[in-house]
Design a protein around this ligand. Sequence first.
Ligand code: NAD
Ligand code: UDP
Length: 311
Amino acid sequence: MRMLVTGGAGFIGSHLCERLVNEGHDVLCLDNFFTGSKRNIAGLLDNPRFELIRHDVTTPVLLEVDRIFNLACPASPIHYQYNPVKTTKTSVMGAINMLGLAKRVKARILQASTSEVYGDPQVHPQNESYWGNVNTLGPRSCYDEGKRVAETLMMDYHRQNNVDVRIIRIFNTYGPRMAENDGRVVSNFILQALRGEDITVYGKGEQTRSFCFVSDLVEGMLRMMECPDFTGPVNLGNPCETTILEFAEKIIALTGSRSRIVFRPLPADDPKQRRPDITLAKKMLDWEPTVNVDEGLKQTIEYFSSVLSAG
Ligand code: NAD
Ligand code: UDP
């Protein structure tokens, strides 16, 4: 099939492109390189089944495809807060443009939504029927509300125009090719540990997250795309929950680092707890994560070590 992956040069998108090419599909990777990089897709550039298009999803594009994976959007707080107006435009206009394309060529479209649609959740763990607790005015709102509107657009194009849509809500995902400079906890802690710098825990480190390895996520995305008659939304994440302080200690142990833990102010609207309820994914997609956190972190640490030694 002809697969379009928007945001295909990013962290998750590059793993998805690789998997699709390996399965024999023709892959169009569309990216404006805001947070993605050619390095992420370097291994694919010579493959005849892979094509790269430099394009911004906020403007329409004419293509012939069978499937659209809509991932284009910066995902880390420092990147999506760098130009918040553009972040909302990317989610909202990107969804409109990709849905317009899906409608015209009758392609199925999968939207990469996020656990951030649950905001600072008052229901724990989060299941898909929870409507969320999102601040419309804060520094995270451009991302959270943009993604919420994208979900709305998916369902309205589905009801109004019969577009075949799929919505996944991705929880914190990690692995090789995360950007070094994205300020997310996994990349920050591993790089700090490898460099022997202080590990910066925000707040008291009591807030929780649940980390999913990227290959598990990609498997879930493919299953959802090919699942018949199921729009979602469906949570995709690893339910194994940890406090950020425990996570810092784990990274120190796995890297054998001598770094110390230091405490820094908690950013505004930082969700206090997050863990996916994946009952629906298990039932509808027969999916659950298979890579345990120690194994996934080992691969990620090896990746960042090689990035550091390459200078
Ligand atoms: P990423 O920043 O590595 O990838 C995003 C890609 O989108 C980059 O290649 C970037 O250049 C591209 N992009 C950004 N704006 C664009 C635009 N206007 N036009 C075209 N391309 C554009 O982030 P990621 O972690 O790979 O996230 C991919 C998707 O998954 C995002 O939609 C994100 O919201 C979603 N998601 C990720 C996580 C996570 O933990 N990584 C969690 C929830 C949701
Ligand atoms: N965090 C931290 N130190 C860092 C980076 C992040 O303690 O150097 C915390 C952050 O405050 C949040 C959690 O780790 O509570 C996850 O942050 P990240 O930005 O990776 O993802 P998100 O908040 O979007 O889930």
